[in-house]
Design a protein around this ligand. Structure first.
Ligand code: 5GP
Length: 179
């Protein structure tokens, strides 16, 4: 195990099983529909790469990058688009793929922003959900795991841009934050 990791919260085996289930559900629900999967950079990339390979129906991929103003471990609610979609969405069923829904502010912003572009439908998928921390009401249509109120890294999630490559979803040792 990496020296900075205190505990594995969700193992790579658990992730693999759940991502397969999510892929199967999405394939079923969107059969015969024109699906556009929108990955939110950077945190969702590892999940997205695994998820789309478990989806058996045709789809297209695009990306958005957003940043929330605030400190590295909290979100202020003000969101800025750093990279926008390259394709229009009016003729598509859009599925937003996120790494984690925490306060819900980022996803709320993304939903409002994309809804204004009038896609055929708009749904959300996240590998992690921290319901205890929710500040605004957002609909999560496909959810990997609910986790307690703790800061996690790995499987795409970072702390100060580190640890995204770890295969498990992990809790860092407290001393890492004090460095
Ligand atoms: P929200 O707007 O829902 O509060 O936060 C969403 C974003 O905050 C996520 O996309 C992620 O970048 C970041 N975030 C929230 N909780 C965690 C966490 O436990 N670990 C990491 N690495 N990022 C988190």
């Amino acid at each position: 195990m990496h020296q900075d990791i205190e505990q594995v919260l969700v193992s790579r085996e658990q992730i693999k099983t759940r991502v397969k289930e999510l892929g199967a559900a999405i394939s079923r629900d969107y059969a015969g529909k024109d699906l556009l999967v929108v990955g939110i950079l950077k945190g969702a990339i590892i999940f997205l790469a695994d998820l789309v390979r478990e989806i058996t129906i045709p789809l297209t991929l695009d990306f958005m990058a957003v940043s929330s103003y605030g400190s590295s471990t909290t979100s202020s609610g003000a969101v800025r688009i750093l990279k926008d979609l390259e394709v229009p969405v009016e003729d598509k069923h859009v599925l937003i793929v996120e790494d984690i829904v925490d306060t819900g502010l980022t996803l709320k912003y993304l939903l409002e922003n994309l809804r204004a572009r009038q896609p055929l439908s708009l749904r959300t998928c996240t590998i992690l959900d921290k319901p205890e921390r929710r500040m605004v009401d957002v609909e999560v249509d496909y959810r990997g795991f609910c986790i307690p109120d703790c800061f996690v890294v790995g499987y795409g999630l970072d702390y100060a841009q580190q640890y995204r490559h770890l295969p498990d979803i992990c809790v860092l040792k407290p001393e890492v934050y004090r460095r």
